[in-house]
Design a protein around this ligand. Structure first.
Ligand SMILES: C[S@@+](CC[C@H](N)C(=O)[O-])C[C@H]1O[C@@H](n2cnc3c(N)ncnc32)[C@H](O)[C@@H]1O
Length: 416
């Protein structure tokens, strides 16, 4: 019979499985969590496993540099000893776990293997009193890609953002909500770590959690004046905004389990929408509609603060694959729109291929569509529309107020 693992070890084992899924198999933490954390009973152990994995991913280049400085021959990237050391060091240096507890809970991960090596390297680094640099280094490939697109200042801002966990942004269903900073009407910003279910209005569904940048696309369709299709809708932050603004919404998503979350969100907030499990690259409405929102699936590199896995697993081939899907979505969903109707295209990506280049190609292939320029009064102070009329939100935006996600948003009008 297997001996039960010492307390604290299952959470570290799960963190190792999560990191393996992200770094070796290119999965998102969200995708990997279901399978990887299924065997962990306690909620706080699951939360700890995710927190450890996230801190390793935030600091990976710096953790690896420390490990390399204490080994005579570099450990392979995928060596179990390297994973174990990353986990032990991230706990001690980023999460404040005492060194003896950090290493004691990690050594069982390398039982029957390089235990001595892991213990030795950890001991050497502890005695040196090492710390992690602030801000953390970004992976070289990501830093180079962003520097080529946006310049070194944006890369430096991204590194600062990586070190600063985001505040809590709420989108209000109506006018009332908890007290907080109001960057736009119907928005509240609260300090990071605010306990969500304790806030007034949660049970009544008076608001939902959504980054200020993510709330801009649906706002740009304005008050509901007819029917709108939300082409990539789940879990429903933007569907709820459209419904609350008075649109008769049809919400489509390819993934049934994600639409279930949208249903739960609609139920909590008392809002309504027709929902369709379907592929927006082939679905069609019965008749042309007044508004279309495409919050397209993307590389998600703009949400690296919340999902630090993206800076490690997103690579040019994946960006091109997402851009290809977006191309199809835009080309097809544009056909749903009435003449004179408006369409918003958005991605939470920091890649031009999923934003500026996508829109330029769409406009040159669809002469009946034009950019409907976004006005400054539709945006929070501190975020300005680009001269082309679209909105590009980069790391560094709203930095003094706690930052926001990276986004690209364009609004089109179809010629009448
Ligand atoms: C960026 S997320 C949408 C977030 C959502 N708009 C919100 O505000 O909560 C993109 C969504 O597109 C869905 N999706 C991916 N491919 C799709 C397709 N071909 N047709 C419809 N939905 C798709 C994904 O399942 C995912 O839920």
């Amino acid at each position: 019979m297997n001996q039960p693992l010492p307390p604290g070890v299952p959470a570290r084992q799960a963190a190792l499985r999560l990191l393996d899924a992200v770094l070796r198999r290119g999965e998102t933490i969200e995708q990997a969590s279901g399978r990887t954390l299924a065997s962990i009973r306690a909620d706080n152990d699951r939360a700890l496993a995710r927190a450890i994995a996230a801190e390793v991913l935030r600091h990976l280049p710096d953790l690896d540099a420390l490990i390399n400085s204490a080994t005579q021959r570099a450990l392979p990237d995928d060596a179990k000893a390297r994973f174990a050391l990353r986990i032990a060091l991230a706990q001690m240096l980023a999460l404040g776990t005492p060194g003896h507890a950090a290493i004691a809970t990690v050594l069982p991960l390398v039982d029957g293997g390089p235990r001595k090596l892991v213990h030795g390297v950890f001991g050497t680094l502890s005695r040196r009193g090492v710390t992690l640099p602030d801000p953390p280094a970004l992976p070289a490939a990501t830093a180079e890609r962003w520097a080529a697109q946006w310049g070194d200042d944006v890369v430096a801002a991204a590194a600062r953002a990586m070190a600063t966990p985001p505040p809590l942004d709420l989108t209000l269903k109506g006018e009332d909500g908890p007290e907080g900073l109001e960057l736009l009407a119907g928005h509240r910003r609260l300090p990071r770590g605010t306990a969500i279910p304790d806030l007034p209005g949660y049970d009544e569904g008076a608001w939902w959690v959504q980054d200020i940048a993510a709330s801009i696309p649906a706002r740009l369709l304005g008050p509901g004046e007819g029917n709108a299709v939300d082409a990539c809708a789940a879990p429903g932050g933007k569907t709820m905004q459209l419904a609350a603004a008075g649109w008769a919404v049809t919400a489509i998503d390819l993934v049934e389990s994600r639409l279930a979350r949208l249903h739960a969100n609609l139920e909590r907030t008392g809002l309504s929408a027709d929902t369709v499990v379907g592929d927006a690259t082939s679905w069609r409405p019965a008749a042309p509609v007044d508004a279309v929102l495409i919050d397209a699936p993307c590389s998600a590199t703009g949400i690296f603060r919340r999902h630090p896995d993206v800076i490690h697993r997103v690579h040019p081939a994946l960006i091109e694959q997402m851009a290809d899907l977006q191309r199809h979505l835009l080309a097809h969903a544009a056909g749903w729109l009435k003449k004179g109707g408006r369409m918003v295209y958005a991605t939470c990506s920091l890649e031009r291929a999923e934003g500026e280049e996508q829109v330029a190609a769409f406009l040159s292939a669809n002469r009946d569509f034009a950019i409907d320029p976004v006005r400054q009064d539709e945006l929070p102070p501190g975020i300005a529309p680009a001269s082309e009329g679209w909105v590009r939100i980069l790391p560094g935006a709203l930095e003094e107020q706690g930052g926001c996600d990276g986004f690209f948003i364009a609004r089109f009008v179809r010629a009448g």
